[in-house]
Ligand binder design. Structure first.
Ligand SMILES: [Zn+2]
Length: 282
């Protein structure tokens, strides 16, 4: 779709299945299971929706899915797609790896950063996009590479260190403009250095919310994931961001929704948020 002068294309980084308890945190099961019934292993399908924004001839990939390097056991647990779903879906959308000029990560959890690297023919892990600059918040990078044992599973180092080694990594600090028409807002909440990406052109705006609100099921402000490192912050920033999106009729881009990549929002009578328009592809 066109957003002003910017072309937006949704590209899946792969479908996987996550434990329902981790997805809904403190929300009681009786409330969520009617809306999203889990499978026999208590899992719910989750997409890893990425977006390519073409700005002035430059292709910017927002997030990269889980990639092709997940250990076999994790692939089984997640029932994730085999192969390299991101590269396959980019190809189907008309993009080869050298076409991607910039990769920007909402945060560096494995299901957002894993597709940024892949194995080459020699079996080495290298950036998937040889010409791209890879952008992340410095605060996120520091946490992700801190070596803290409790974060090890969330941030496999093989997704990160090759980006630094190749010289393609660029760390930014705070709310910065990435390109004209694309800016970052540090939200914190899900992770300390988590950022939302705001795309603006010709009076139209879309916001990639990252894991501040990953699916339409998470639109109610109190429905948050158990993975959030600062739950109160997620709730506060979500209320603010969704409020702005609803009040200006902006587009909200959802990274994990299994059915829709974007929604428009309205407020309901309890001043929470509901989807007023559902969009299944860009
Ligand atoms: Zn995620």
């Amino acid at each position: 779709m066109k957003l002003g002068q910017i072309e937006l294309k949704s590209v899946s980084g792969g479908l996987c299945h996550l434990d329902a308890g981790t997805l809904y945190g403190v929300v009681p099961r009786v409330l969520w299971e009617r809306k999203t019934p889990p499978d026999e292993k208590n899992r719910i399908p989750q997409q890893t929706n990425c977006v390519v924004a073409t700005i002035d001839g430059r292709n910017v990939l927002i997030d990269s899915g889980y990639g092709s390097k997940l250990p076999e056991k994790q692939q089984r647990n997640l029932a994730s797609e085999a192969g390299d779903p991101l590269l396959q879906n980019l190809k189907a959308a008309g993009f080869t790896p050298v076409d991607i000029d910039v990769v920007v990560f909402s945060h560096l959890h494995f299901d957002h950063a894993g597709g940024g690297t892949c194995l080459n023919e020699a079996g080495e892990i290298v950036p998937s996009f040889p010409k791209a600059e890879y952008i992340a918040q410095r605060r996120e990078w520091v946490m992700a590479t801190s070596g803290l044992p409790e974060l090890r599973g969330a941030y496999p180092q093989e997704n990160l260190l090759p980006l630094q080694a190749s010289g393609q990594l660029k760390l930014v600090d705070g709310n910065v403009e990435i390109l004209p028409g694309l800016r970052a807002i540090v939200t914190g909440g899900h992770t300390e250095g988590h950022q939302a990406l705001v795309i603006e052109s010709g009076g139209e705006t879309a916001v990639f919310l990252g894991d501040i609100c990953g699916t339409r099921m998470h639109l109610p402000v109190l429905w948050c994931m158990a993975y959030d490192t600062n739950l109160m912050q997620t709730r506060r920033v979500k209320a603010d961001l969704l409020g702005e999106i609803a009040d200006h009729d902006w587009l909200a881009l959802l990274d994990h929704d299994p059915d829709y990549v974007a929604v428009r929002l309205s407020r309901d009578d309890r001043s929470d948020f509901v989807a007023s328009e559902l969009i299944d592809s860009l």
